[in-house]
Design a protein around this ligand. Sequence first.
Ligand code: SAM
Length: 283
Amino acid sequence: MSHLSDPGQIKAVLSRHGFHFSKALGQNFLINSGVCPRMAQECGAQDCAGVIEVGPGIGVLTWELSQVAKKVVAIELDQRLFPVLEETLAGRDNVKIVPGDVMKLDLRQLIQEEFGGGPVCVCANLPYYITSPVILRLLEEDLPLSAITVMVQKEAAQRLCAPPGTRECGAVSVAVHYRSAPKMLFQVGRGSFLPPPNVDSAVIRLDLLKEPPVAVRDEEWFFKVSRAAFAQRRKTAANSVSATLGLPKPQVEQALLSAGAAANVRAERLTLDQLAALSNGLL
Ligand code: SAM
């Protein structure tokens, strides 16, 4: 185990480098020494070509991942952390820090160049402000991934794992269940972070499926329609889809009826089968 989860050690390293936490970048660093070894053990690193980490911070999870993975590529946006990481990960020869924004980098090319095409695992304590966009991006782009293990806000974890057709489900849960088998691994209290956030967290693992569980004729359109259905949650799915995608409401209602749903159904009541049929029907 590294000593990077010790609060005294973290404060000392950060003050040596004159570093101050950025709330805007979701910087809550882990100080619970049990969490990172467990994430590294349970993310499937041993069974894939390597691991991509999003936001290494000072490298506490990166260090643990480097113990179990062939190679770790960690994407970090905050350049103030690069000298810190150089110090904390000195000697970890299988780690590469890639500067950049995870939302902008060409991940397919990165996997090709760094891992010979994969498949790779993703393991990260995600910055909370981009939890959903990052997960959506990883799933919608159909990248060569075998598993995604992420720490997110506890409520977000519950939403992501909620199957379509249940109250907590949202557009991201649809993508999650279309591409993967999600599993709640364990919960992490707010006191495990420096500085402590206002919410508790949970670690989830998404095991990518070889084939989607439903037949979709155009995936890009399916994700668009799913997002449109949930875009205005207070409205019916027909109103939300027709307003968001600019389609005539009767056409959407007809597609809902053909999908076996009521014309006035709300998005959270639609099953994955019905969402697939709806998007196929609107093509
Ligand atoms: N992995 C560390 C840990 O567990 O202690 C830090 C996790 S902290 C919640 C999130 C990290 O993501 C920070 O290091 C932050 O600078 C970085 N980050 C924020 N936005 C990012 C982005 N768009 N792309 C890449 N990294 C980002």
